[in-house]
Write a protein that binds this ligand. Structure first.
Ligand code: ADP
Ligand code: MG
Length: 693
């Protein structure tokens, strides 16, 4: 007897034949087969009379084969099979190419359904290469025609027909799929049962039942994510963190010493963070603020307080350039305070206000002895060799660049049992749906205003024919002493880091376009020292143009740069383009962003125009979700959930909200999930399957 646990080769002959191929798709058992879902459906459910069929449409008819024969087409020499089908209202021709064996499958007198495209030819209407399905005394239900038909993702040597056939022969076993959601929850959320959903997702009876099935299966996926997030949050709430006393007068003094007034948004964010730090439970906060909104100084406020409480701070940046820049910025901001600052990257180990570099060993020792209050670095900070004495706060800049696992590593402090506070910062606006799901365990602070005096950046999509005039315009800016970024995407896959692209662009600009202008070249393969030099030359205006791979995307601060040129802009996400644009517009001078594209495709231009029209990072991130799907949006990849969302999308707000409420309610009843063994079991499986990168 076949059960859910049976291997699929035991189902029938076809299943046996396709089993090796299904294995490639990760399907070995009947249960896995039933969990292998179509990715789309074709609706052939409207059966028409032949007399009603119109040219240049698709249609399904039900008729009898009057005649079927093979012919050779005179001009192509190809073999075609022609049939005449009649249904009492009229007759119609059907043709197939290169399938001579059809004359053996279909005989005059056979009753069948045909679904496909109808075209008008010299001798009348005809179905071109339609799907066909015979109806007999024994087989009255259709699988491939005259219904909503599932379309599965395939692999080589596998056909839709085979899959539908094999799945249909075990679909009744869906009734045995264990329902893992409590009936209360199902009722409250008006969900289909799991069995019903599985049956309908494969062979929907109608659209509304298909939608209901999809809704249920989406709910399942999102509910698991929500549960995981809620449990992580609950666990954190139980653990003990480091209490950081608010140093009020010192904080005021620090704020006064700044060369500018904090914006209201900066003050509020800073205050929220300082309040978290005073609690016994570890902070888990995401500070979101558009590029240039001034997150670094807000981080500075918290660093000051933690350091004055005699705890250490680890500050992680995604690139060496940024780590270096934060190091000098923070060393400057905090120079009048008794705070000892170190820089730790794979290439550099430096202590602020000490001239010379130090060795790895000395750096590690200073960290573990607590002789440094603030250590800024890259990934190098999370090596096992690095142990803090009393880590109180971890700051992660541009957090979506770091995997969740990496974050965990930094969380566990060297010697004390207390969990350090965590502040993540990002300029990538996280769409509402993401904030609710994959980042649901984070508290959110948002800096939603830019410092005063910033001019709006003028953005333009530039087609090839306008390139020369833009170059002229750019040259004028340069002659006026302003500086320019040029970003090149990676061109082909062999050019993994985009180095060839950037070098070609450099050559072109250097030799042909701006021969008199000093140009810098930045890419990921440069040694850290060289990156440093390229960056410094640009800051010192020794070079006026910096051609770069997308590495400068995050964080870099060069107020004198007023033009951002982006090559093949269509290759980037909208939020990413917005990030690039944020590299300019940091002074009171008018800044420009040129989106170069060779593409004239309407869809592409429309997408790029969104960046022209909107200066709102949040809106752009949402638009990214719409245009490119969640897989492309930042954060998803690192969230580890990418492969887990088979049917749910991060635009399914309503289901996201429902699933969150449901997860919170379950946890409220029993955070250990002992009262919900099926959920617990399912969650365990889910956690084992999540791939954190
Ligand atoms: P981001 O949020 O992108 O990390 P930064 O912290 O790098 O932004 O700040 C961008 C620039 O704005 C820096 O040069 C910083 O000194 C400046 N800045 C920050 N806050 C203010 C403010 N309130 N007023 C004026 N300039 C500010
Ligand atoms: Mg920053």
């Amino acid at each position: 007897m076949i059960t859910l646990n049976s291997k699929i080769e035991t189902i029938n002959g076809v299943a046996k034949r396709i089993a090796p191929k299904m294995k490639k798709l990760g399907v070995e058992t009947v249960e896995e087969l039933l969990s292998f879902w179509p990715f789309r459906w074709e609706d052939w459910s409207q059966v028409k009379k032949i007399s009603e069929v119109m040219p240049n449409t698709t249609a399904t008819i039900n008729g009898i084969v009057e005649l079927i024969q093979n012919k050779r087409s005179p001009w192509k020499k190809s073999l075609i099979t022609e049939a005449i089908i009649a249904d009492g209202s009229d007759k119609i021709k059907a043709v197939w190419f290169h399938q001579p064996y059809l004359v053996k499958n279909l005989r005059p007198g056979d009753q069948l359904f045909l679904s496909g495209k109808v075209e008008l030819r010299e001798d009348g209407l005809q179905f071109v290469h339609p799907q066909y399905e015979r109806i007999t005394k024994y087989k009255t239900e259709t699988m491939h025609t005259a219904r909503i038909v599932p379309v599965y993702p395939l692999t080589k040597g596998l056909t839709e027909k085979q899959l539908r056939y094999v799945i249909s022969s075990v679909i009744r076993l869906a009734d045995n799929m264990p329902e893992w959601l409590p009936s209360d929850l199902i009722k409250k959320n008006n969900l289909a049962s799991l069995a019903e959903a599985i049956k309908q997702i494969h062979f929907p009876d109608n659209h509304s039942l298909l939608n209901r099935a999809l809704e249920r299966l989406k709910f399942d996926e999102l509910f698991l994510i929500q549960l995981r997030t809620a449990l992580a949050k609950a666990e954190l709430r139980k653990s003990r963190g480091v209490k950081i006393e608010f140093k009020e007068s010192e904080t005021k003094k620090f704020v006064k010493s700044l060369p500018f007034q904090l914006t209201d948004a900066q003050r509020i964010a800073g205050w929220e963070i300082l309040k978290d730090l005073q609690r016994q439970t570890p902070m888990n906060r995401l500070l979101e603020g558009d590029v240039g909104s001034g997150k670094t100084v807000v981080a500075g406020l918290s660093i000051l307080n933690v350091a004055l409480n005699k705890f250490q701070v680890a500050y992680m940046a995604p690139t060496e350039i940024l780590a270096r820049q934060h190091f000098s910025t923070l060393a400057r901001l905090l120079k009048n305070w008794p705070i000892r600052i170190g820089l730790l990257t794979s290439a550099e180990k430096i202590i602020a206000n000490h001239e010379s570099r130090i060795t790895n060993q000395i750096m590690y020792k200073k960290i573990s002895d607590g002789e440094l209050d603030l250590v800024i670095g890259t990934h190098a900070l999370i090596q096992d060799k690095v142990e803090f004495k009393n880590l109180g706060l971890v700051i992660i800049d541009e957090q979506h660049r770091f995997g969740v696992e990496q974050r965990k590593k930094l969380k566990s402090p060297g010697h004390n049992k207390l969990i350090p506070h965590l502040l993540s910062m990002t300029a990538t606006p996280i769409p509402r749906s993401l904030a609710l799901t994959v980042y649901g365990d984070l508290d959110l602070s948002v800096i939603n205003e830019l410092p005063q005096g910033r001019k709006k950046i003028k953005t333009e999509v530039v087609p090839p024919e306008h390139r020369p005039e833009k170059y002229k315009f750019v040259l004028d800016r340069i002659n006026d002493g302003q500086q320019v970024f040029v970003i090149c995407p990676l061109i082909d896959l062999s050019d993994k880091l985009g180095i060839k692209a950037v070098k070609d662009e450099f050559e072109k600009l250097d030799k042909k376009i701006f021969p008199k202008v000093p140009i810098g070249l930045m890419h990921g393969k440069l040694k850290s020292k060289d990156k440093e030099r390229v960056m410094q030359d640009f800051l010192d205006k020794k070079t006026m143009i910096m051609v770069s791979t997308p590495v400068i995307e995050v964080g870099i601060d060069v107020p004198n740069a007023t033009v951002m040129m982006i090559e093949s802009a269509e290759r980037f996400g909208l939020a990413q383009l917005h990030q690039f644009r944020g590299r300019v517009g940091r002074s009171d001078k008018q800044s420009y962003c040129f989106l170069f594209t060779e593409s004239a495709a309407a869809e592409t231009i429309k997408r790029l125009q969104t960046v022209v029209k909107s200066n709102d990072g949040f809106a752009l991130a949402e638009a990214d979700l719409e245009f490119r799907g969640p897989g492309e949006v930042y954060g998803i990849k690192q969230s580890g959930y990418r492969d887990e969302l088979k049917v749910a999308k991060l635009t399914d707000y309503i289901i996201i909200k429902k699933s969150k409420t449901a997860a919170d309610e379950i946890i409220k009843i029993d955070a250990e999930l002992n009262k919900f063994p099926l959920i617990k079991n399912r969650l365990k499986k889910f956690e084992a399957s999540v791939h954190f990168e």
